[in-house]
Design a protein around this ligand. Structure first.
Ligand SMILES: [Zn+2]
Length: 120
C-alpha cells in the first residue's frame, strides 16, 4: 500500500514539474519575438555581413568578382526583407481601419459598421 502511495506522490510531483521543465526548454526569443523583430534582426545581420565582406575585399582577401556577386546577393536579401515589412505594414493598417471613415475594422467583416462602406 505504501508503494502505491509513494508512486502516486512521485507522479504528482512529475505532473507539477514537467510543464515547467518543458517551457524552460524553449528558448525565450521564440516566444517573445515578432515577425517585425525577426526582420530587423535579419537586416542587422545582413548589414554586418556586408560590412565584413567590404573589409575583406578592401584587405584584398577576396577577388572583385566574388565581392560583387556576394554583395549583390546580400543586397537582394535586404531588399526582399524591406519589401516584406512594407507590404505587411500596409496590409495590417488596411485590415485595422475603414478607408472611408477610419473606424476600427474587425477582421472577417465585409462592410464598415460605422459608415457602411464595403471593404475590399
Ligand atoms: Zn467606415
Amino acid at each position: 500500500m505504501t508503494v502505491v502511495i509513494s508512486l502516486l506522490l512521485v507522479l504528482c510531483v512529475l505532473a507539477l514539474f514537467l510543464p515547467l521543465l518543458s517551457r524552460k526548454a524553449v528558448p525565450e526569443f521564440y516566444i517573445s519575438s515578432t515577425p517585425a523583430e525577426d526582420r530587423e534582426r535579419e537586416q542587422t545581420r545582413i548589414k554586418a555581413m556586408l560590412a565584413d565582406l567590404r573589409q575583406e575585399y578592401d584587405a584584398g582577401k577576396i577577388p572583385e568578382s566574388e565581392f560583387t556577386s556576394m554583395a549583390a546577393e546580400l543586397l537582394a536579401d535586404l531588399d526582399r526583407i524591406a519589401a516584406v515589412s512594407k507590404s505587411s505594414a500596409k496590409r495590417s493598417s488596411k485590415r485595422l481601419f475603414c478607408d472611408e471613415c477610419g473606424a476600427v475594422r474587425p477582421p472577417e467583416v465585409a462592410a464598415c459598421s460605422q459608415c457602411g462602406a464595403e471593404f475590399k
